[in-house]
Design a protein. Structure first.
Length: 124
């Protein structure tokens, strides 16, 4: 190994010269702002990704179809679902009323047939 001699020079300032030469005031004291990358995607691109990942997304869990449905329903509101349910309930009620009416008619016809059968049997 070769030894190399390096000469260092030191400048020494007295107090008055130091304050005149070196700026010791704070002009700015902020952290540098981080570079923000624009990683946003368009709505169109979102749905492209969603369709590509559709069958990979679990049905239940934190990151699942179920979570998407819950969040979307909370955002949009469930009025549309309630309207559909209300229409179905009304349809069921109409069908129940028709069924009761048909059962009543059937019972009346069966009673009439039984009475006719008795009358025919008595006249025979």
């Amino acid at each position: 190994m070769s030894k190399q001699k390096i000469n260092l020079t030191r400048i020494v300032y007295n107090k008055d010269d130091y304050q005149k030469t070196i700026d010791t005031s704070f002009n700015e004291f902020t952290l540098p702002s981080p570079e923000i990358e624009d990683n946003s995607i368009s709505i169109e691109q979102f749905f492209v990704y969603y369709n590509q990942l559709f069958f990979d997304i679990p049905k239940t869990g934190v990151e699942s179809h179920n979570t998407l449905i819950q969040q979307s329903t909370e955002y949009v509101g469930d009025q549309q679902v309630n309207n559909e349910i209300e229409a179905l309930i009304q349809e069921v009620n109409v069908l129940r009323a028709q069924l009761i009416e048909s059962q009543t008619e059937l019972t009346e016809l069966q009673q009439n047939n039984a009475e006719l059968a008795l009358i025919v049997a008595n006249n025979a």
